[in-house]
Design a protein around this ligand. Structure first.
Ligand SMILES: Cc1ncc(C[n+]2csc(CCOP(=O)(O)OP(=O)(O)O)c2C)c(N)n1
Ligand SMILES: [Mg+2]
Length: 190
């Protein structure tokens, strides 16, 4: 399964739910899948995608989706432990697992040499976990996650392909746009 088609699928299933995306190709492809103001693209902040999504899930009752990367999550494994401890019902983490630090040259990550992130999640107390490697299973896993109490943790095995162009988004605008989807702008005169 390729990440772009998988991203298009998750974006369609998400409806209006906030989606936080890992830096690099994961964010670029989320933008190309169809920009929504409820996409929170994290450029630069490697390892923080699911941490940000955890904070969001704890601060709202809405379903929150994190589209993380294997290399980034490996760099901040404590995030999985925190999700397992806090157990937000409304959080779904999808890990795009291409078994490499793709953006920096395709170096093999630990998931390519035996580390199983689904087992890591289970050992941190997350019971709703799945590993999928095709679109059909991903659709079933995400659809179920969005209507079931979480936290949900889905490892999606990805085959890397050509990168799409870098998305024209700026962190400041992402923050501004995203926040405005939660807070009604003040009306003039009030
Ligand atoms: C703290 C920090 N270290 C290193 C980098 C450089 N860097 C950017 S993307 C990336 C690889 C991310 O790997 P993964 O999350 O698996 O995503 P992929 O590129 O495979 O889609 C690295 C090492 C960074 N941005 N920040
Ligand atoms: Mg990767």
């Amino acid at each position: 399964m390729h990440r772009f088609e998988a991203t298009q699928l998750v974006s369609r299933l998400a409806g209006d739910a906030p989606i936080v995306s890992n830096l690099g190709p994961s964010s670029d492809e989320l933008w190309h899948a169809g920009h929504r103001d409820r996409n929170f693209y994290t450029y630069g902040s490697m390892g923080l995608c699911s941490s940000i999504a955890l904070g969001m899930a704890l601060a709202t009752n809405e379903e929150v989706i994190s589209l993380d990367g294997d290399g980034s999550l490996l760099m901040n494994l404590g995030t999985i432990a925190s999700i397992g401890r806090e157990k937000p019902k409304n959080l779904t983490v999808v890990v795009w697992d291409n078994e490499q630090w793709g953006q920096t040259g395709g170096q093999t990550s630990h998931t390519g040499t035996g580390t199983d992130l689904e087992q890591v999640a289970r050992s941190c107390g997350i019971t709703r976990t799945k590993t999928v490697s095709d679109l059909e299973d991903l659709e079933a896993a995400v659809s179920e996650a969005l209507i079931t109490d979480g936290p949900n943790f889905i490892v999606a095995k990805i085959e890397e392909t050509e990168y799409l162009p870098v998305a024209p988004v700026e962190p400041e605008f992402t923050l501004y746009r995203f926040r405005n989807t939660f807070v009604k702008p003040r009306q003039p005169g009030h």
